[in-house]
Design a protein around this ligand. Structure first.
Ligand SMILES: *Cc1c(COP(=O)(O)O)cnc(C)c1O
Length: 370
């Protein structure tokens, strides 16, 4: 059995339709049917999708199929790719149609997507610890590690609570792509990723993923995606295939860099009087944390500083951390988070650690804080 790094590069090569080493970008929206009348099967008569045949690009393309097959090799399960993380969240709501959704209010966009769903449907949103209100067919969405701080929640605990009530648990694992976290191992039924972040890794594509455990569920999601109109475009899919090839080089490096930065800040807090607090999964002491994330913490953490105006000004003092929203790219980012998220304190900065040299990053952040 090939290992993760190998699969991330080679898993879907059999789907290549041309000899190009890099999957070509096709702008065609429609694809010629077979010349052999015996191959022509009416849509209504298709029993088992194989996804190899391409018909119309809203339904699927060669690159869509390649992304999904590669994700299946490295995440496990059955994957469906979307044109953004938020459309992956919405597709999960539409497919499972819960009457109650328990959510731990991480990424604010996911909260907004749930509100939009509420406008159309008839359901109730409750907090993550209100799992007693879940019933058969309902959904618990656990974002872990949670935005913005990278705080780790116990997947197995919430999976057990959801399952006791006959509900499903979807884990938004955006902050911990492989090899950092395997949510299926800890009881998740559904895994969601904003592939815009670590899977993409270069701040140059929008994509989302839903991974489920059966082909039957995948077929339902793929069917729905046709009518949501949220397939990924060929250019983005090919960029994502490129990115997956280096996932195993980037993510562990980013995780180690984050750990070292946090370690430095904790050890030198006395010398940094404006640094009020640091929040990161690596600072959590509960037993489940190491078990759930044995290969390192999420490469995102938050700091709070002594005054709001310092939080606002700090990004301008940095050389390498770019002041921008989003996370997961090879370049380090910092964000005065109040700019884009109304739910966080105004003295908070979110840091997404890249793959730069760690000594340069430490030096940069420490001198800006001073
Ligand atoms: C960014 C993000 C999303 C939304 O993804 P997009 O690709 O921006 O649509 C969902 N969940 C989490 C945890 C995120 O960080």
């Amino acid at each position: 059995m090939p290992q993760f790094a190998t699969k991330a590069i080679h898993a879907a090569e059999d789907l290549a339709q041309v000899p190009d080493v890099f999957p070509p970008i096709s702008v065609s929206t429609t694809f010629r049917y077979s010349d052999n009348p015996d191959d022509l099967v009416k849509m209504a008569d298709i029993k088992d999708y194989d996804y190899d045949t391409v018909v119309y690009s809203r339904e699927g393309t060669a690159n869509t199929n390649r992304v999904e097959k590669t994700i299946e090799a490295i995440v496990g399960g059955h994957a469906v790719v979307y044109n953004s993380g938020i459309s992956a969240v919405f597709a999960t709501l539409a497919a499972f149609n819960p009457k109650v959704i328990a959510f731990n209010d991480g990424y604010h966009g996911s909260g907004k997507s749930i509100e939009l769903y509420a406008r159309i449907g008839n359901f109730k949103k409750v907090g993550i610890d209100d799992y007693d209100q879940l019933n058969e067919g309902d959904l618990l969405i656990l974002e872990t590690p949670r935005n913005p701080s990278g705080t780790v929640y116990d997947i197995q605990f919430y999976a057990d609570k959801a399952h006791e009530r006959g509900a499903l648990i979807a884990v938004d694992s955006t902050f911990a792509p492989p090899p950092l976290q395997d949510a299926f191992k800890h009881g998740a039924d559904i895994i969601i990723h904003s592939a815009t972040k670590y899977f993409g890794g270069h701040s140059d594509l929008l994509a989302g993923l839903v991974v489920v455990k059966t082909k039957e569920l995948k077929d339902r999601l793929r069917d729905d995606r046709i009518y949501l109109g949220t397939n990924i475009a060929s250019l983005e899919a090919s960029l994502l295939i490129r990115s997956l090839r280096t996932l195993d080089l980037r993510v562990p490096r980013q995780s180690q860099n984050a750990q070292k930065l946090v370690d430095y800040l904790v050890a030198n807090k006395d010398k940094l009087p404006h640094l009020k607090s640091i929040q990161h999964g690596s600072l959590q002491t509960e037993e489940f944390v190491k078990k759930q994330m044995p290969n390192g913490p999420a490469p995102v953490f938050t700091i709070r500083v002594s005054l709001e105006e310092f939080a606002k000004a700090l990004p301008s003092k940095l050389k390498y951390f770019i002041h921008a929203t989003s996370l997961g790219g090879v370049e380090s980012l910092i964000e005065w988070r109040a700019l884009s998220d109304e739910h966080v304190p105004a003295d908070l900065l979110r840091v997404s650690v890249g793959v730069e040299n760690i000594d340069d990053l430490i030096e940069d952040l420490a001198s800006a804080l001073k």
